[in-house]
Design a binder for this molecule. Structure first.
Ligand code: ADP
Ligand code: MG
Length: 328
């Protein structure tokens, strides 16, 4: 007999033993799954940061993805939003719709989900479960000291622009799935891992509190997401193409494909942030402390718009195509 809704929740998502026995029980959670509401108690005086991201089959992930990776990614993309704001993760909810009860799927999904949740000390405190097309919607909640959340609106002319990690691999993997790029063996596994298993830069985001003037995470592509910062901050920017960090696999691709993946590829979940040049030392120290590589990739300018410069400082004219669900 197949598992009912409440047994399913109890078996795969409620973890009283884990939560209570954990060496560091989730901070701020008075009551988790099982009642009509979760009861959370924020650190007195701190700001509460909340974000939601939904993953829809066929839109955000392919049916071929391993359940564990889907569980990981569903939480990772949400943690990435907390990271972009410099928040400390505290709690999340999970709204899950699926066509039928598939225990192999649920087992793998929960494993991937909780492995990442435990790594970041964030507790699953509630949610909703229903039959329907496969759809995963997570809401994350985190905290930051009052007024210290990193926002998109603080970039100023003269600020340095940085990005964490490497760009474009997730998009390159997508191009392989679409049959528009050819990669085999280890190279394909590497970029596929970047697409299916993004690592949210939570520690870096927290380390940048009080240092970065603005921040955003790259979910829809560098040009579009940096564009949001420019718009919110009322500034423009120059980007140095040669400085854009890329993996060895990416560096071996044709130049036009590299440019497209680096500038317009989505699903990177790296942080793009700005800081005044006087803070360069402190920014690098924050990156080191959070064990995250960062690259200086451009400069904020007073003139509106995004200018892309080649190695000689010459203006290039790549197309900018940020991902848009209703246009793509
Ligand atoms: P209600 O009908 O009061 O909205 P439900 O019967 O839907 O509550 O859920 C029972 C409990 O299980 C609640 O505490 C809810 O937050 C939790 N829950 C339901 N689905 C999930 C899920 N997918 N993940 C985590 N908690 C869940
Ligand atoms: Mg209720």
């Amino acid at each position: 007999m197949s598992l009912g809704e409440f047994d399913l929740i109890r078996r795969y998502f409620e973890r009283p033993n884990v939560q209570e026995a954990a060496a560091s029980p989730a901070q701020g959670v008075q009551l988790g799954i099982g009642d009509d509401c979760a009861v959370l108690r924020p650190t007195p005086g701190h700001d509460w940061l909340v974000s939601t991201d939904m993953l829809v089959e066929g839109r955000h992930f392919l049916s071929t993805v391993a359940p564990g990776r889907l569980g990981h990614k569903a939480l990772a993309v949400n943690l990435s939003d907390l990271a972009a704001c410099g928040a400390t993760p505290r709690a999340f909810t999970l709204a899950l719709s699926m066509p039928r009860v598939d225990e192999d799927f649920l087992q793998g999904f929960a494993q991937g989900l909780f492995a990442l949740a435990d790594a970041h000390g964030i507790a699953l405190v509630g949610g909703d479960t229903t039959a329907g097309p496969l759809n995963v919607c997570i809401t994350v909640m985190g905290e930051a000291p009052p007024g210290q959340a990193l926002l998109r609106s603080g970039a100023r002319a003269g600020d340095d622009i940085y990005v964490s990690g490497q760009l474009g691999d997730a998009r390159l993997a997508l191009e392989v799935f679409r049959g528009k790029a050819a990669l085999t063996g280890e190279a394909f596994e590497q970029v596929r891992q970047r697409m299916e298993c993004p690592q949210p830069r939570v520690l870096l985001g927290q380390a940048l509190r009080g240092l970065a003037s603005s921040a955003i995470d790259v979910s829809d592509g560098l040009s579009g997401d940096l564009g949001h910062v420019l718009q919110r901050s009322g500034v423009g920017a120059a980007l140095w193409v040669d400085a854009l960090p890329r993996s060895p696999v990416m560096a071996a691709q044709p130049a036009a494909l590299q440019l497209e993946c680096l500038l317009n590829g989505g699903d990177d979940y790296e942080l793009v942030f700005t800081a005044p040049p006087q803070r360069r030392h402190a920014v690098q120290a924050a990156a080191n402390a959070s064990h995250t590589a960062i690259s200086l990739i451009g400069r904020i300018e007073a003139e509106a718009g995004l200018r892309v410069l080649d190695g000689k400082g010459q203006r290039m004219n790549p197309g900018f195509r940020s991902f848009d669900h209703f246009k793509s």
